[in-house]
Design a protein around this ligand. Structure first.
Ligand code: SAH
Ligand code: SF4
Length: 393
């Protein structure tokens, strides 16, 4: 429900350096004030401009009147994997909720510790993949640039001394390429050495296959790793698993991703959520291998996290290993990803979905039946006659 008393001040994290210099300039203040504020935003413990000892009081108050220091509240924090995974439910000013998940990977002999944060780009999602809790929630709205960035600042504040977020992945709620302008602004801020200072190799944006968005990214040149949620190489099945496939079929998605890899010289990741008896057959593995053979590609296989409204389960591990073997035999690098935070529902949108309440039992039953029919038809090679989801054009 929209909150009409919502705080409408823009979030300070979404204001870039030049705009902030102009804001200070209009008040007769020097440009270095902008850097002072940005440094405090990204590295200090201040909770408002008024906490900064470096700013004159009246100026700090004016800044607080004009901008919000943070646009996300941490409403709930849940830990799992012996504290190595932490999921946050953030409440936004209008009452919408989004999630981020922080995953700690301890140092190993050859590798430094990593702290990977998975963030949301939209509240809800219009694409409606039936194995995804966010898809079940439907679309609420795009996030503002500051709301994307403030998830990262929130995680930074929750980390221990000496630790920092080392990797950011846009794999939380929402379809980043359907909110591309804001996502690009957020990535530029994450890259900025005066803010988070993350290199392009440490940022991943995942898409369900918005072809014009992929093409636009290719024109811009490498900014981050591109991940494609492919899930199935055959159109009939992908129509069911990723309804956007009815708008941009899998061959078009892969062609755009292939051009991206060639133009940028950067390997594209292909994600497959492994669903038992649905997309894990030998035929599916071979179709995927045929589609990607010879490409600058890497395949990640992820067992499906359980979601209340679907009849589906994760594929058994031996099935995933056999699937991986067939992809590898085609010369395509493949990794099986461990499922982080299963017991806290750390798959995309699950915490927010729980808050939204369980759907009514008859609705779940109807949905399950429809999915079973649709996936059985898809396995026979029949394409879906359902419409393209609304709101994705
Ligand atoms: N909308 C974008 C990014 C957010 S979803 C996209 O679809 O790529 C991020 C990833 O989480 C996607 O690869 C998606 O397929 C995966 N995902 C969603 N629900 C899942 C579940 N129940 N189990 C495992 N992975 C899931
Ligand atoms: Fe949206 Fe991605 Fe979930 Fe599909 S998997 S519904 S595209 S968030």
């Amino acid at each position: 429900m929209a909150d009409t008393t919502a705080d409408l001040r823009p979030g300070l994290s979404g204001v870039d350096h030049a705009e902030l210099v102009a804001w200070f300039g209009a008040r007769g203040e020097p440009a270095y004030r902008a850097r002072q504020v940005m440094t405090a935003l990204w590295s200090g413990s201040a909770e408002r401009a008024g906490d900064l000892s470096t700013l004159p009081r009246a100026l700090a108050d004016a800044l607080d009147d004009a901008f919000r220091w943070s646009t996300v509240d941490d409403e709930t924090l849940v830990r799992s994997d012996a504290g190595q995974t932490e999921k946050a439910l953030h409440r936004l000013a209008d009452g919408a909720t989004v999630e981020s998940v922080l995953m700690h990977y301890p140092a190993t002999a050859g590798r430094r510790a990593r702290h990977t944060l998975c963030i949301s780009s939209q509240a809800g999602c219009a694409v409606g993949c039936p194995f995804c809790a966010t898809g079940e929630l439907g679309f609420t709205r795009d996030l503002a640039t500051a709301e994307i960035l403030d998830q990262v600042r929130s995680a930074g504040r929750r980390m221990q001394a000496g630790e920092r977020v080392t990797n950011v992945v846009f794999m939380g709620m929402g379809e980043p390429l359907l909110n591309l302008d804001r996502v690009l602004e957020a990535v530029a801020a994450l890259n900025d050495p005066a803010r988070l200072g993350l290199g392009a190799r440490h940022i991943t944006v995942s898409t369900s296959g918005v072809v014009p968005g992929i093409r636009r990214l290719t024109e811009l040149g490498p900014q981050f790793t591109l991940a494609i949620s492919i899930h199935a190489a055959r159109d009939a099945l992908r129509d069911v698993l990723v309804p956007l496939n009815r708008r941009w079929p899998v061959a078009e998605v892969v062609a755009a991703a292939r051009d991206h890899a060639r133009a940028t010289g950067r390997r594209v990741s292909y994600e497959v959520t492994m669903i038992g008896g649905v997309n894990d057959t030998h035929a599916d593995a071979d179709a995927l291998a045929d589609l990607l053979r010879g490409d600058l590609a890497h395949v990640n296989l992820i067992p499906m996290n359980p979601v209340a409204h679907t009849p589906w389960q994760a594929s058994p591990m031996p099935v995933i290993e056999r699937f991986a073997g067939r992809i590898r035999a085609a010369g395509i690098p493949v990794t099986i990803r461990r499922n982080r935070g299963v017991e806290i529902g750390a798959a995309c949108g699950q915490l927010a979905a729980e808050r939204a309440g369980q759907p009514a039992a008859p609705a779940v039953a109807r949905r399950r039946e429809r999915l079973e029919v649709a996936s059985a038809r898809a396995l026979r090679g029949q394409r879906s006659d359902e419409p393209i989801p609304a709101g994705v054009e």
